[in-house]
Each structure stands twice: as structure tokens, then as C-alpha cells.
Design a protein around this ligand. Sequence first.
Ligand code: ADP
Ligand code: MG
Length: 429
Amino acid sequence: MAAGDRRVAATLRIFVCLLAVASGFQIPDYDPSMIADSTPNQFRYPPGEVIVIDLGNTNSCVAGYVPGETETMLQFCIPSWVAFTDDGAALVGEAAKNHAGPDPEATIFGFKRLFGLRRDNEYEDIVQRLMERVPCKIGARNVVSPSNQVKAKDGVVKQLEVRKIASMVVAELKEKAEEHLGRKVHYAVMTVPQHFTEVSTWEAIGAGEIAGLEIVSTVLEPIAAAVAYGLRGKLREGGNALVLRVGGGTSDASVVTLIDGNFEVFGYWDDPFLGGDDFDQRIVDYFAKLIKTKHGKDISEDRVALGKLRTACEHAKKVLSNQDHAQVSVESLFDGVDFSEPLSRSKFEELNDDMFCKVIALVERAMVGAELERSKNSVDEIVLVGGSTMIPKIQKLVKNYFGGKEPNIMVKPDESIALGAAIIGHSSD
Ligand code: ADP
Ligand code: MG
């Protein structure tokens, strides 16, 4: 799905909003007048006391500087998963993801896509497509905020707003940051995708506020990525960088340009349903077919078996980023049968050939948006962010697209957006 209208609605600001709000734990209603343009040196929070929250569809990260130290960074990620046990207790992060094995229906994930949707009917297709992929239900068309059906303590299905679910992930990150820092954290900067509308941004901020944080500003993800890779110092004035993010469920490409020492986004395209989950699904489908042929067993309706297989396939995919071969093994996958099959990197690439082409199509659309598609050598730097850019084939295709130019990639490209936003926050203390 193209960014299309959402891109038109998206703001092109570098630092989207400075919120002079101290609304406590109550979520304010959406009020565009409360969002104003800002420059980094207008941030208002005690120096060294801000953390960054990078809320992702698959993983969410927290980052920040340890006060008084210039090098030490606090930085870690957790899965953006929430689950509810039979007695109604909420699990968050790794514990929630693990809960998906025994009880897939009780888990909620992939919800970042829902921020700002359902205020009108325009985005119904995203909601429908998401419901095909996640076990939770999403509220009726005329619900003002998106809501998911989850089990409450008494077993009754209850509705929770998406920002409330997201706030549980934010609260977990806040708590972990506080443990690490040994003090309470009150202020945070949130990263937001380029395509977020003001309403989406407002909902993300609401999630932070429910978690007990005052969100002092937001930073656009591609700009945070460019800063993480040191492009503020590396690019000349007017220089361009292509930022490609391939995450777990979503991907986007942006062309950012350094103007008067600040980054602006001139070309952007995103796909809300393209990422590592899709690559995993291709492996799952391949093995499900093999199981049918070899064992005469159809596991396509067995959610628990599929969940176990998906976890093993994701693991194999990651191994294949460093090795040519991986083994996909699941003990007692079905009817007590232990499953173990090899998977080569070339087979993985073949299974995902069209998916990887879609990733390059995003790059092309962003280049067209920036009117640079005919002058690819105007791109001075290529930056890869998001966990799925660790896939060698994606790196190779991007390099080929830019005529052999080497992309920049960090050891942990999934943490670079949080890192960049922390650097921005720190340098504007
Ligand atoms: P998001 O920010 O969209 O939540 P991330 O950037 O954290 O997502 O990326 C998560 C995705 O990256 C997952 O699909 C995960 O399987 C994939 N991933 C993580 N490490 C690797 C790796 N070494 N090789 C390939 N894919 C990886
Ligand atoms: Mg991320």
C-alpha cells in the first residue's frame, strides 16, 4: 500500500512538535493548536534528563545518555507485544511474545500502524489487512480511537484503546530505563515515522503520557537515522542521503537533505505491510507445504504449530544473515513429531525474491519524490536502518541500485533511530 494521501497529510517538519503541556496522566483530546514547530534548541526539559522512546511495530527501544557522562548511552529494545493471561494479568515485551506459543489469541502486536486511523473511513484497508495478520480484533468502524478486544480479569472480553496498549510497552521501557539509571524518568522524546499525521503523532504522544512521561518533542525517524550515522558532520550543505528502513512489519525509504545545518525530507514512500514478518511467513509457507508432502499433515489451521514454526523460521532467517546455511528445528511440532530441516541462504532469497524487489521499489519511489531518480549519484550517503536491513541480499540490491555505492550499516541497525534521537536530544540540552 502506497503512502499516497497519508504522505500528503504528513508534515515535512524536522522536529515536529514541541508540547508545552503538562497534562499529567490524563490524555488530552486532540488539539492541533498544541503542536507547534520547533528547533532543537527550543527543547524544554532539564538537561540530561530526557530519554528517547522509539515505539516500533515489532520492537520498541529506549535510549538516552547517563547524566553527567558524555559517552555512556542507555540503550535497549523489547518486543512491542502485549498479552493477557487467563486471570487478566498483562504481560509486556519478551514475556508477551513468549505467551503467543501457548495462547496466540491473547496477544496483541503490530499496533503502531493503527495510530491515528479510524477517525474517518479512509484507512479501513489497513485495519482489514492488519486483522488478517494479528489474532486480536479491532473495533467497529465508527469507534473514535482504535480498540482491540482483549480478555479482562473475569474472562470477559474488554476493549482497550490502541494508545493504552502502546502505553504498556512505553511503561515497560520507562521502568527498565529507571532501573538502569537508578532514578525516576519524567521526560521523553518520541520518534515518529515521516507519514504520521498530526492525529497519529498525538496518539503516540498520548501513549507516552499514559505511561507517565511528559513528551517534550518528537523527532522524525529518517532524520534520527541520518544523525545516528553521523551525517550531520559527513554531508556537505545541500548533500543528500537515502535512508532505507526495513523493519519487522513495515518499511519506508526517505531522501533527506542537509539544509542550513538541519535535515529535511524531500522524498518519502512507505509500505505498512512489508518487513521481516513477511520474509518469515514465506519460510513458514514453504515448510508447511513440505510437511504436507513429507508427513501428509496439514498444519495450516494449527495456530500453535504455526507459531512454533514461525519462531524457528525467524531464528533461521537471522542465522542466514551471517551464514550460508541454517537448520530449522522444532521439537514436537505436531503429533509428537520433531521437525528439523535445513534452509540455505539462496533458498531464503528465492522464497523472498518479489518481497526484496518491493523494498527496492520503495527506494525508487522515494527517489522519484525527491526528483533524483535520474541522478542517483546525487545521493551522497546511503543509510540502512531496521533489523531486516541485516539481510545481505537487501544490502546487495540497494548497492546495485546505486551503481555499486556502499551503504552504511551499523552492527545494530534496529537501534539506530533511538540512538540518533538520543544524540539530537543530548546535543540540544
Ligand atoms: P520495527 O522497528 O519495525 O519494530 P526492527 O527494526 O526492530 O522493527 O526489525 C525487526 C525485524 O528485523 C524482525 O523481523 C527481525 O526478524 C528482523 N531481524 C533482526 N535481526 C535480523 C538479522 N540478523 N537478519 C535478518 N533479519 C533480522
Ligand atoms: Mg524500530
